[in-house]
Ligand binder design. Structure first.
Ligand code: BGO
Length: 265
C-alpha cells in the first residue's frame, strides 16, 4: 500500500539535505499550481511505495506568505498519510512553533530532530523519549548531512501511516471553551479529526480559511470577550499559548551543556 509523506520544516532546517538523502535520483521537480514556488516530489530509496512531497520551508501555517498558503492547502486538501516534520535541533524553540501547528491537523506526524552532530558537538542533551511523550508523536534524532538515523525515522513513518492520530490540543480551558463553541459553526463536511485546526482559524479570523469553508462567525462576542479579558487579539492569544507550551517542553526535554557554567559564572 503506498504511503504519501509530506516533508515539512523551517527554512534552513536541513529539509533539502534530507529530501536528497531520502530520494537520491528519484526526484521530480515542478511548480506548485498557479505559483512560481518550486515543488519537489520523489520516492524513498529504501521503499518505492513511500512517496515524498517536499513542502516549501515555512515557520508557520498562517496565511501571510505564499509558501505558507501553498503548504497548508496541500496539507488540508491532498491525501497525506504522514507529515515528516524536520526540526533543526540546534534551534529547537523556534522550530517547534511549526510543529505545534502541524500536530493540530489530525494527520500522523513524525518529528525528525536534525543536526544531531551539532547538538552532540555542543554537548547539549535532548531527551527524545520525553519529547515524544509530550508531543504525542514519534521523535527521532537524525543528521541529514551525515546520513544518520534516516532509516530509523522512515521506519517510524511507515509505522505511523494509515493510523488514526488525535490532534494535539495545547490550549487552556478558557480558550478551549471558545474553540468548542466555534467548532459548531463548521460545515458538517469537516471531518472530526481536523476540527481543532479549523476552529482555531475561525478564532483567528483567518479570512482565507473562512471563505474556503463558506461559513461566517456572525456573532463575534465570545471572541471579543476573551480578547478583552486577556487584553490581546485572538491571533496573539494563540501564538502566546503555543510559545508557553514550547517553553515548558524545552525546560523538560533540553539541557544546554553550558547551562551550569553560565549560572555559576
Ligand atoms: C549549508 N548537520 C549539519 N552540521 N549541517 C546540516 C545538517 C546536519 O545534520 N543537515 C543539513 N545541514 P538545507 P533547507 C552550508 O548549505 O538542506 C546544513 O533550507 C553552507 N552552504 O548542509 O539547505 C546543510 O532546505 C556553507 O548548510 O536546508 C546546509 O531546510 C557553510 O544546513 C544547511 C555551512 O540545509 C541548511 C553550511 C554553502
Amino acid at each position: 500500500m503506498s504511503i504519501q509523506v509530506a516533508l515539512a520544516g523551517n527554512p534552513n532546517s536541513g529539509k533539502t539535505t534530507l529530501f536528497n538523502a531520502l530520494t537520491g535520483a528519484n526526484q521530480f521537480v515542478g511548480n506548485w499550481p498557479g505559483v512560481t514556488v518550486e515543488k519537489k516530489e520523489g520516492k524513498y530509496k529504501g521503499d518505492k511505495e513511500i512517496k515524498i512531497t517536499d513542502l516549501p520551508g515555512i515557520y508557520s501555517l498562517s496565511p501571510y506568505t505564499l509558501e505558507e498558503v501553498v503548504s497548508r492547502e496541500y496539507l488540508l486538501n491532498e491525501k497525506v498519510d504522514v507529515i515528516l516534520n524536520i526540526v533543526d535541533g540546534s534551534n529547537l524553540e523556534r522550530n517547534l512553533y511549526l510543529t505545534t501547528q502541524l500536530l493540530e491537523l489530525g494527520i500522523p506526524v513524525v518529528v525528525a530532530i536534525n543536526m544531531l552532530d551539532v547538538i552532540e558537538k555542543r554537548g547539549d542533551k535532548v531527551n527524545y523519549v520525553q519529547l515524544s511523550k509530550e508531543l504525542g508523536c514519534p521523535v527521532m534524532p537524525i543528521s541529514a548531512l551525515k546520513n544518520k538515523g534516516i532509516d530509523e525515522v522512515m521506519a517510524k513513518v511507515k509505522e505511523s501511516a494509515h493510523r488514526s492520530f488525535e490532534a494535539k490540543n495545547i490550549y487552556d480551558k478558557e480558550i478551549n471553551s471558545v474553540l468548542d463553541q466555534l467548532s459548531h459553526l463548521l460545515p458538517r463536511s469537516i471531518d472530526q479529526h481536523i476540527t481543532l485546526f479549523y476552529s482555531i482559524k475561525l478564532f483567528e479570523r483567518d479570512d482565507k480559511i473562512i471563505s474556503s469553508l463558506n461559513t461566517k462567525v456572525e456573532d463575534e462576542s465570545l471572541i471579543q470577550a476573551i480578547e478583552k479579558k486577556m487584553d490581546d487579539d485572538s491571533e496573539s492569544i494563540i501564538t502566546d499559548a503555543r510559545y508557553s507550551y514550547i517553553t515548558k517542553i524545552i525546560k523538560d526535554c533540553y539541557v544546554k551543556a553550558n547551562r551550569e557554567s553560565l549560572t555559576t559564572s
